[in-house]
Design a protein around this ligand. Structure first.
Ligand SMILES: NC(=O)c1ccc[n+]([C@@H]2O[C@H](COP(=O)([O-])OP(=O)(O)OC[C@H]3O[C@@H](n4cnc5c(N)ncnc54)[C@H](OP(=O)(O)O)[C@@H]3O)[C@@H](O)[C@H]2O)c1
Length: 278
């Protein structure tokens, strides 16, 4: 699918890293591409870069802080007012923090942004996705989900917070979410898949924005890292494929815990509860 001329796409976390590259490439393929940012200046800079690279004027910038319920609702409401279809939703915005931080509503930040952000955004846009033929949802997870160990009664990690663990749990949450939603969507023409994009040199994990340091483990460039997201968003190879986990472009088995149907259902119920609180 190299011509996305009539398609409408959203890429969250599109101010930097693999989200920015994905937005650039989808726009270059002709899609109406909506960038999502929480910061006005970073958003405007990203939009200018996407237009410059793609020469596509059908681009847009919407604002959302995925740690806030009201912000997610405003963003999705505005999107639905402006657009009447959604072909590709790339849930990509994410963070990791050494320190335990809470949202204004008291939810642990990694869980809020990395999981509830995807969960709420997708569910609020689900009717539009279902109404758009062959629409696709891409969930940017990580192979660190293999280190995740979700304890339904300790999702907030109030007493035992560890940034790496919270991150790994949030990425396992992405996979559980993908499998449950794929099941819900089984009679629809909308697919959803989770992906590990590789270990990439982005600003991910660098809390000091003034530093030029890159994520210490990063090995591949954002251009290469984004290839997986673009593949899952557009390739005919994965047309109709849903409810799968991809390690870059290879379909693989995810962590054993992610196939626990009882956990998947219970976690979905908890996510609804937390979405009301975020
Ligand atoms: N880098 C890796 O090796 C790696 C490996 C596996 C998976 N991933 C996943 O890939 C995704 C993208 O990461 P990246 O490596 O490209 O990192 P990145 O360059 O740090 O990009 C993260 C993006 O998320 C946005 N974001 C963070 N918190 C947000 C919030 N509360 N509201 C709105 N936007 C928010 C950031 O916006 P700002 O510009 O405002 O900060 C930025 O656009 C993440 O989901 C990450 O878990 C990365």
């Amino acid at each position: 699918m190299n011509n996305l001329k009539d398609k409408v796409c959203i890429v969250t976390g599109s101010t930097s890293g693999i989200g920015l590259v994905t937005a650039k490439e989808l726009a270059k393929m002709g899609a109406t591409t909506i960038l999502v940012a929480r910061d006005k200046n970073r958003g405007k800079a990203a939009l200018a870069e996407v237009i410059e690279y793609s020469k596509n004027e059908h681009t847009d910038l919407l604002f959302c802080d995925f740690s806030s319920r009201s912000s997610i609702i405003s963003f999705t409401d505005l999107f639905k007012k402006k657009y009447n279809r959604l072909d590709i939703l790339v849930n990509n915005a994410g963070m990791i923090s050494n320190k335990r931080i809470e949202t204004d509503s008291g939810i642990e930040m990694t869980f809020a942004v990395n999981h509830l952000g995807y969960f709420m955004t997708t569910n609020l846009l689900l009717d539009l996705l279902k109404d758009t033929p062959a629409s696709r949802i891409v969930v940017v997870a990580s192979d660190l989900h293999f280190r995740g160990n979700i304890d339904i009664d300790n999702l907030m990690h109030k007493e035992d917070y560890d940034g790496f663990r919270a991150y790994s749990d949030s990425k396992l949450a992405n996979v559980l979410f993908t499998y449950k939603l794929a099941d819900i969507l089984k009679d629809y023409d909308t697919t959803i898949n989770a992906v590990h994009p590789g270990v990439i040199k982005t600003k991910f994990g660098v809390e000091d924005r003034t530093s030029n340091q890159t994520f210490p483990m990063g090995r591949i460039s954002p251009d290469d890292g984004a290839k997986t997201l673009i593949y899952l968003s557009t390739s005919l190879d994965v047309k109709g494929v849903s409810g799968k986990y991809f390690n870059q472009i290879n379909m693989e088995r995810s962590a054993e815990m992610s196939y626990d149907k009882g956990l998947i259902d219970e976690f979905w119920r908890k996510s609804i509860e937390y979405s009301a609180m975020i």
